[in-house]
Design a protein around this ligand. Structure first.
Ligand SMILES: *Cc1c(COP(=O)(O)O)cnc(C)c1O
Length: 392
């Protein structure tokens, strides 16, 4: 089976993790801050807060921004459910902005129209979460221009986009957002097994997210309500969670991020090669946003004919090609339907879903493996066409 994505663990990664296991600290030691520092350097953001998943990062991000009961969060329907769920964790309502069919990212035109409508009825979002689908940045400059006049805060869900760039700057620099979050799940660009990070240029937001990842507890006298009782003293000043990253995870991440540029180059070479090899098939290939370099977490093809998607998907799986589907529109999940969403709410997202297949792409994929995927895709499309033809 050629998987749709997989991690790359090398000897140096193993050594780094074992070194931590033999050291004095396996949690709350020196390696988490080292990993944070490495990613502030790579992304250009001033502060980084490592946590135990991107889902936790989204949660502490929206909580630090003060999102709560009665507030509204907007994201895109073509994402993993976590981008929307973070709003629900803090009691906010969630709504969606339809996608641009070329980039699969939040559509600035749809956003402009929805903002105008929301402003009329006095129901603007407090936080907006654009998602960098497949690793390609959303049109952040346009999005920021549209929402900033209303004082709406921006959290970039860059779970797919660690190592990508936009307008000559690394994704994560937060030029057009308040906070950017990364995921280190094994299928993503670099991994800590489970893990995530929130980046920001705002020292106050960074301090709040640090508090919230560890129970709302502080040892900083500046943040206490009265003078310390003694050297043992700490205070819980807010309600937080235990979202800390372990030292082993940070050691793995610190070792992995050394190869970030190598991974992004390899993924882009493979993606360009797919573009060439698949050009003549009855497919739409991923659209490129001008000024963005994708991290290419995913390569999504869309069949011209939605009616053939299922049989092509099944044929590929049967031939050992680990295709997948990213994503089922979030608003059509039963949990969100129960909140009032229904079919037809976001037509571009639903049209995308009806035609999409994610084909294998990972940094260590060989050309031979890629050729195998392409050959099986040719077969699947041909066989399926033959089967569908009426005789005579
Ligand atoms: C993977 C992913 C997440 C959640 O990441 P975890 O680290 O698994 O919590 C959130 N948003 C998007 C877009 C993702 O792909």
């Amino acid at each position: 089976m050629i998987p749709y994505g997989r991690q790359d663990i090398r000897q140096e990664d193993l050594d780094a993790v074992i070194q931590v296991l033999k050291s004095d600290f396996i949690t709350q030691g020196p390696v988490v801050p080292q990993f944070e520092a490495a990613l502030t350097e790579k992304s250009g953001a001033a502060h980084a807060v490592a946590v135990n998943s991107a889902t936790s990062a989204l949660h502490v991000a929206v909580a630090a921004l003060g999102l709560g009961q009665g507030d509204l969060l907007w994201t895109t329907p073509i994402t993993f459910v976590a981008s929307a769920n973070c709003g629900r964790y803090v009691g906010a309502d969630v709504d969606f902005v339809d996608i641009d069919p070329e980039t699969f990212n939040m559509c600035p035109k749809a956003l402009a129209a929805k903002l105008e409508q929301a402003n009329k009825v006095g129901r603007l979002p407090k936080v907006i979460v654009p998602v960098h689908m497949c690793g390609q940045s959303s049109a952040m400059r346009n999005i920021a221009e549209l929402v900033r006049p209303y004082g709406i805060r921006i959290v970039e869900d860059a779970s797919h986009a660690v190592g990508g760039s936009y307008l000559d700057q690394p994704v994560g620099c937060c030029q057009y957002s308040d906070i950017t979050i990364f995921s280190f799940h094994p299928v993503k660009i670099i991994t800590t097994a489970e893990g995530g990070m929130a980046l920001t240029n705002d020292p106050e937001l960074a301090a709040r997210m640090q508090l919230l990842r560890s129970h709302g507890i502080t040892r900083d006298p500046e943040r206490m309500t009265h003078e310390s009782d003694g050297p043992w003293y700490y205070q819980q000043v807010e309600l937080g969670w235990n979202y800390r990253m372990t030292e082993m995870q940070a050691a793995l991440g610190l070792s992995q991020q050394e190869r970030l540029a190598e991974y992004i180059d390899a993924r882009n070479v493979l993606a360009d090669r797919y573009d060439r090899l698949l050009m003549d098939l009855p497919l739409d290939l991923p659209g490129r946003l001008f000024g963005a370099r994708s991290a290419f977490h995913l390569y999504v093809i869309r069949l011209h004919d939605a009616a053939r998607r299922r049989s092509v998907f099944e044929a590929l799986r049967a031939q050992g090609i680990g295709v997948n589907l990213h994503y089922i529109p979030v608003h059509l999940q039963p949990y969100y339907r129960d909140l009032g969403f229904t079919d037809g709410d976001f037509p571009e997202a639903e049209a995308y879903y009806s035609r999409a297949i994610s084909i294998p792409l990972y940094a260590t994929m060989t050309e031979a493996q890629q050729d195998e995927v392409v050959a099986r895709l040719h077969d699947a499309l041909r066989a399926d066409q033959t089967a569908g033809q009426t005789p005579g």
